[in-house]
Design a protein around this ligand. Structure first.
Ligand code: FDA
Length: 511
């Protein structure tokens, strides 16, 4: 199907007619003629790969300041066959919240960002456009012994992140962000505002981890906050391969998922230049958050991971909110940096993910290190995120996110670069690494994480997305839960109004 500029004009006209009855749209509407169009578009772009001259741009950006402005937008988009892209924090790793090959407009929820924390009930309502850093900050403003288990990057948006699961340093103790959602408000394809009760348990299940876009527009989440101690302990110990990194990483695979659930030790793999002789090496940094005091941590580490040689002087006690800065490798200082809604240096970026179910041999680890000596790996990074703990206790079908017991850890592969012309080289580097890893990670299917969106693993057909086509990527993200997601989608959005390259299709979809 195609849409003419005629459809676009009709869409705009429909909105202006609607605004007579509702509220004025003039201040929340940006077409390319508007001088703020580019700055509004770029404000939430986190990946320069989708901000090039050839990247398709929206016909209009709409930035509602209240929920009632969204209903007429849906009505007019449906009437005129306009494709909607919903954006909260804009971190979609394939840019799907702000680009599309079909003519489209962006519904940008950047202004819907209220956060209300209820300390007595240990809950918070957060609107979709608020960022995780803002959430952590607002919680800490009211309590230093409450937290929330979501992502480590403070500019990530609540709307997309929680829709796809969402994890951070508290994953082993409390699971995913989506595991801790107790209510939500969404707008469905008919423009109805629904909460948990009125949407029903199936749709409420689907929106907590089934990925953004497919089921409607999430307006806000109600979160169950979690207890954190007044003082947590952090440390980072870095070892190069010359300092036994290979053996220590190898050992880590056998134990990190079994640690006390108060302890999460991630591993960052990067290439470094030695400060002594300037020679290149591979470094593994073991970065940890422990929900307790250094006195309790030291014997635990001594007993379970003596190979790391943790000393008291490696450890720092701080509040949980300070640890959110530390874990994101920001200086631990004034907390208001958590309120920054944009990142300083936006890169060209490609990310992929894997789940590891059996420890990888030292030889294979050395094969990874070898690839990190290639030119393209200068700013590449692997992160190993330990599972176990709470993740083992939650059933595979509790929410759509299925990667629970049986997974030792998750691997995030990231490659960053600075020049558009070089993109193909870097993409090819990360794809080669990903194929090298195929025999050593989860199989049948090779699992992936919907929030680390990767269009390489499959996309919907243009024009006519079949269940079979969508299941190529869908089973990787959701395993058997994919079928239930399709069932819910068929019920709530049979005409597939809410769609993108990896949205859940309804059965018998025309699109
Ligand atoms: P964005 O607005 O791009 O939305 C993502 C998807 O959800 C899009 O398809 C969009 O259309 C849809 N969507 C957005 N708002 C919606 C709404 N209100 N209703 C319905 N659909 C909506 N993940 C993680 O688990 N832990 C982490 O620590 C990190 N860290 C991280 C760092 C950086 C720098 C990046 C770029 C990404 C991450 N992520 C992550 C991945 C992140 O969780 C993922 O990209 C989220 O989907 C981003 O949500 P945003 O709202 O920011 O994105």
């Amino acid at each position: 199907w195609t849409i003419s500029s005629h459809g676009h004009d009709d869409f705009l006209q429909c909105l202006s007619l609607q605004s007579k009855d509702h509220t004025s749209f003039s201040n929340i509407f940006y077409t390319p003629e508007n001088s703020s169009y580019s700055s509004i578009l770029n404000f939430s772009i986190q990946n320069l790969r989708f901000a090039t001259e050839t990247t398709p741009k929206p016909l209009v950006i709409i930035t509602p300041v209240n929920e009632s402005q969204i209903q007429p937008v849906i009505y007019c988009a449906k009437e005129n066959g306009m494709q909607i892209r919903i954006r909260s924090g804009g971190h979609d790793l394939e840019g799907l919240s702000y680009t599309s090959e079909e003519p489209f407009f962006i519904l940008d929820l950047v202004n819907l960002r209220d956060i209300n924390v209820d300390v007595d009930k240990k809950t918070a309502w957060i609107q979709a456009g608020a960022r995780l850093g803002e959430l952590y900050y607002r919680i800490a403003e009211k309590s230093r012994t409450l937290g929330f288990p979501a992502g480590v990057c403070p500019t990530v948006g609540a709307g997309g992140h929680i829709s796809g699961g969402g994890y951070g340093a508290l994953i082993r103790k409390y699971g995913l962000a989506a595991d801790n959602v107790i209510d939500a408000r969404i707008i469905d394809v008919n423009g109805r505002i629904l909460d948990r009760k009125s949407m029903g348990e199936d749709l409420f299940w689907a929106i907590r981890g089934g990925g953004g876009t497919s089921f409607g527009i999430v307006l806000a989440w109600k979160l169950q906050l979690v207890d954190v101690p007044e003082k947590v302990t952090v440390f980072t110990i870095a070892r190069t391969v010359e300092q036994n990194a290979t053996n220590i990483v190898h050992r880590w695979q056998y134990i990190a998922h079994k640690f006390d659930e108060d302890l999460a030790v991630r591993v960052y793999i990067r290439r470094v230049n030695s400060s002594q002789d300037g020679k290149r090496s591979i470094q593994a940094s073991f970065q940890s958050l422990f929900l307790g005091s250094v006195d309790r941590l030291l014997p635990l580490m001594q007993q379970s991971f003596p190979e790391l040689g943790l000393q008291r002087e490696d450890c720092t006690e701080m509040s949980w909110i300070e640890s959110t800065l530390y874990i994101y490798e920001l200086p631990v200082g004034p907390l208001d940096v958590l309120l920054n809604r944009t990142q300083a240096n936006i890169p060209y970026l490609k990310v992929k993910a894997d789940y590891v179910q059996k420890p990888i041999s030292k030889n294979v680890l050395e094969g990874i290190w070898k690839r990190f000596f290639e030119e393209e790996a200068e700013k590449a990074e692997l992160v190993f995120i330990p599972y176990g703990g709470r993740m083992d206790e939650i059933s595979e079908s509790a929410i759509p996110f299925p990667h629970r017991a049986g997974n030792l850890y998750k691997i995030n592969y990231s490659v960053y670069w600075d020049e558009e012309e070089a993109s193909e080289r870097y993409l090819s580097w990360i794809r080669r690494l990903y194929s090298y890893m195929a025999p050593y990670v989860s199989k049948f299917p090779r699992s992936a994480y919907v929030n680390y969106r990767d269009l390489d693993i499959g996309v919907n057909n243009k024009g006519n997305t079949s269940y079979a086509q969508a299941s190529i990527w869908g089973l990787k993200y959701f395993k058997i839960n994919f079928n239930k997601l399709v069932h819910v989608k068929t019920k709530v959005d049979p005409s597939n109004f809410f769609r993108n390259e990896q949205s859940i299709p309804p059965l018998y979809s025309r699109w």
